[in-house]
Design a protein around this ligand. Structure first.
Ligand code: BG6
Length: 467
């Protein structure tokens, strides 16, 4: 954990992310002793007092914490909470931070967590500058970072007027997931797979993250965001970079970021005709949604990394809300063998190509699927698989939830699993055509796998899901 006690200033403290992840995560980190002392100052547009915020936090923990809430732990946590409404201004915020630091005694650090939509990020940064809360501070910026190239460039420039780059942590919680880091271990700690990890052996890659979840109370945020900005330009492209990057010279922040940024530089601009945007029927009737909304709740696309390793290999990405299943998989399809000697009707190829699948479920899972002979006379083939599940290994360490892991990393100043200004700006740049001329949204039924045209997008291949 970090060496110094921490004062966390949590912007968006009553929002969905704070309730679901950040408050439960901070509760776990402080009650399990990962942080040597912690005070949390909630900030939001809501007019409420400290008691009101404590009650809201208690509600959030009861609903979303995976740990049992014991009274002594809760009381200690409740005492660490304070609240400042945004309208109270810089002076009030500064006073609250000073009080928190006094109560911690000794030297401490500040972590400003901006759990706010892109439209509110700049004013929060300005407020921190005005309040003089820059020294001994780090700032965590939630995704999406900006809404396009110009806004991301502006946001970076304004941020740099207040904070130095080393103080800025642009978070992407998918990188905090254990299985995402396991991609790096799998690729670079073994000799078996890296030699075939290229266009000579790999036919295509799928990164598929369907969700069953609807929008709940997030329609205000989501209406301005949509599936591409919410999931693709952030989480899915970051995972793509882990899959596609060259081996870094060391497992350290700068070399890893450099290799990821090279992948982003090599990405071809996303072409609108390679994109299917969808919206589930009923979305427009939801509270807070424009009855004529063109916001996509689903997106599938094809993209290319035009470099020595990947030229010509399509990467298919898909994600959306209210789909048939919740899954997070990466599937790598290998090329067909050069010649098939198996009789027609034997079943070879009938179940798609042989492939390797990473499951980004909370504990890593992986499978390698290939054709083998079905027992009996003649030659009938079936798809078989080798499976690995971290659960079954007994290797259960101190598993931290993705946000918990990343909050701790930010408190310690470890940037390995954070994104960079350059990378993000480049990802907006490859998105420009699409954002300027998005194809129309097509309706899909809640509980389906998205609009029908997703099959044309991937033909002659097929989506690996549903299994
Ligand atoms: C968030 C998105 O960043 O990631 C949500 O804003 C999405 O819309 C969520 O549901 C998915 O994260 P996870 O960890 O539940 O797969």
């Amino acid at each position: 954990g970090p060496r110094y006690p921490q004062v966390v200033v949590l912007f968006g403290a009553t929002g969905d992310l704070a309730r679901r992840k950040l408050l439960p995560g901070l509760y776990h980190l402080s009650s399990a002793g990962f942080i040597p002392g912690c005070r949390i100052i909630g900030v939001s547009l809501d007019e409420m007092d400290v008691e009101g915020f404590r009650q809201a936090a208690r509600g959030a923990l009861e609903e979303f914490s995976s740990r049992t809430l014991t009274e002594p732990d809760w009381e200690a946590f409740a005492r660490s909470l304070d609240y400042v409404p945004l309208a109270a201004g810089a002076g009030a915020l500064r006073a609250a931070v000073d009080r928190a630091e006094m109560s911690l005694g000794g030297e401490s650090r500040r972590l400003h967590y901006l759990s706010v939509p892109p439209s509110a990020a700049l004013s929060a940064v300005r407020l921190l500058g005005e309040a003089g809360l820059v020294e001994r501070s780090r700032i965590v910026m939630e995704k999406p970072f900006g809404t396009d190239k110009a806004s991301a460039v502006t946001l970076n420039a304004r941020l740099h007027e207040v904070f130095a780059e080393e103080q800025i942590f642009r978070i992407d919680h998918f990188l905090g997931k254990e299985p995402a880091q396991n991609i790096l271990a799998f690729r670079f700690a073994n000799g078996l797979f890296e030699p075939i990890w290229n266009r000579n052996f790999i036919d295509h890659v799928q990164i598929d993250v369907p969700e069953t979840l609807g929008l709940g109370k997030r329609s205000g945020f989501y209406e301005q965001t949509g599936a591409y900005r919410d999931m693709v330009v952030t989480h899915l492209f970051q995972i793509l970079a882990f899959m596609a990057m060259e081996p870094p010279t060391a497992l350290e922040p700068a070399p890893i970021s450099e290799e990821k940024n090279k992948v982003f530089r090599s990405m071809l601009p996303i072409q609108p005709h390679d994109v299917v945007r969808g919206q589930y029927t009923g979305y427009r009737d939801e509270e807070g949604v424009d009855p004529e909304s063109e916001t996509e709740t689903f997106i599938a696309l094809k993209c290319f990394i035009d470099n020595w390793r990947w030229a010509g290999v399509p990467f298919f990405l898909r994600t959306g809300k209210r789909l048939a299943e919740g899954q997070r998989i990466i599937s790598i399809a290998f090329r067909e063998p050069p010649k098939s000697m198996f009789p027609a009707g034997s079943g070879v190829g009938a179940q798609g190509p042989d492939h390797l699948t990473f499951d980004l479920a909370d504990a890593s899972k992986m499978s390698l699927s290939f054709y083998g002979k079905r027992p009996g006379p003649g030659m009938r083939l079936d798809k078989l698989s080798l499976q690995f599940a971290m659960h079954d290994t007994g290797l259960i360490g101190d598993v931290l939830e993705a946000y918990e892991r990343l909050i701790l990393d930010a408190m310690r100043g470890d940037r390995t699993l954070f994104t960079t200004a350059e990378g993000i700006e480049r990802l907006w740049e490859v998105s420009t055509h699409l954002l300027e001329a998005p194809p129309p949204v097509r309706l899909y039924a809640p509980g389906s796998w998205g609009p029908k045209s997703i099959h044309q997008l991937i033909a002659p291949h097929a989506w690996r899901l549903p299994f």
